[in-house]
Write a protein that binds this ligand. Structure first.
Ligand code: NAP
Length: 302
């Protein structure tokens, strides 16, 4: 069979594209390499999705999924996309579960947390080094943790960790945060959080598990250490776009054209994996809606 739309990625962008595509009566399949919901599943608290002033990421993801399923979206989990072959009027989506033919593709494959590249990071991953406070925070009750980064992920996850940990150090390479102002204010007001400015992690040290982080001040070059049980790393995102042969920027983010099109006709893009000034759930769902409507119009013109 030939699908009208294959959506790659089951986060807010992909699920919204699914809702709009199904409401346009398009034969639609959504592929997800893990569980449906995307990165918000591991977000403790979402406060900026209109209509939901306070909702857990997992609950919001479940609502998105139920909504898409209500309109008959077909989904397949645990399927990895390895490539897209452009055959003109149709595309072949190559997956670990076989080839799928479709008239259009919407890439909504999101991002993966970037590694820091510090000595000891790999060795202690799962033994104190983590990229997910919601998944691992529980293990740090009444303990000390270091959070690395100055963006929204670092700041919101540091605030979340204060619910369990007795002390949270935020180590940031500059003396200004990149995070939203309201998140900054919450962190500055939190008595459990201390900031270590102009500093990077030189090394993560321990025997079986993390015991301390060696910190280098980038201005004075001075080395110091923080005794810590965990290091949570939030230093940015890598787009999951390796399978797609479309125009990208130097970081691998897909360049969007009007209507969420890409450089290849019939392939559209939505959400965090595209070049965008803002990566939020609100922007992802907007992208998903536009991409699905563009796919519908493209199919009408075939
Ligand atoms: P980000 O905004 O790219 O921030 C990454 C942070 O890591 C920056 O502060 C950066 O420092 C630092 N960094 C990068 N490489 C580093 C290195 N090698 N060593 C030390 N520090 C390094 O990434 P993010 O925080 O994951 O956020 C990604 C997107 O999701 C953003 O658009 C963000 O707004 C959005 N988001 C929003 C929320 C929310 O609640 N609204 C929550 C999570 C994420 P510099 O500042 O010096 O570059």
């Amino acid at each position: 069979m030939v699908y009208d739309v294959v959506i790659i990625g089951g986060g807010p962008a992909g699920l919204t594209a699914g809702i709009y595509a199904r409401r346009a009566m398009l034969q639609t399949l959504l592929l997800e390499r893990m569980g449906i919901g995307g990165q918000i599943i591991v977000t403790d608290l979402v406060e900026n999705f209109p209509g939901f002033p306070e909702i857990s990421g997992a609950d919001l993801a479940a609502k998105f999924e139920q909504h898409a399923l209500k309109f008959g979206l077909e989904t397949k989990n645990m399927v990895d996309v390895t490539g897209i072959e452009d055959k003109g009027k149709t595309k072949i989506v190559k997956t670990t579960d076989g080839d799928i033919e479709t008239k259009t593709v919407i890439i909504a494959s999101g991002t993966t947390p970037k590694k820091l590249g510090a000595k000891g990071e790999l060795q202690f991953t799962g033994k104190g080094v983590s990229y997910c406070a919601t998944c691992d925070g529980f293990f740090f009750r009444d303990k000390t943790v270091v959070v690395v980064g100055g963006g929204d992920s670092a700041i919101t996850e540091a605030i979340y960790l204060t619910k369990m940990a007795k002390k949270v150090y935020i180590v940031h390479r500059r003396d200004k945060l990149r995070a939203e102002k309201i998140n900054q204010e919450h962190a500055f007001a939190n008595p459990k959080i201390s900031f270590v400015w102009d500093s990077v992690i030189e090394e993560i040290v321990g025997k079986q598990v993390v015991e301390k982080a060696i910190i280098r001040n980038v201005k004075t070059k001075e080395l110091s250490e923080i005794k810590t049980d965990g290091v949570f790393i939030y230093v940015g995102l890598i787009p999951n776009t390796g399978f797609a042969d479309v125009e990208k920027d130097e970081g691998g983010f897909i360049v969007p054209y009007p209507g969420q099109a890409t450089s290849v006709k019939g392939i559209f893009v939505a959400g965090d994996c595209r070049v965008t000034p803002l990566r939020q759930i609100t922007t992802a769902v907007g992208d998903g809606a536009i991409a699905a409507v563009s796919a519908e119009r493209y199919i009408e013109g075939l």
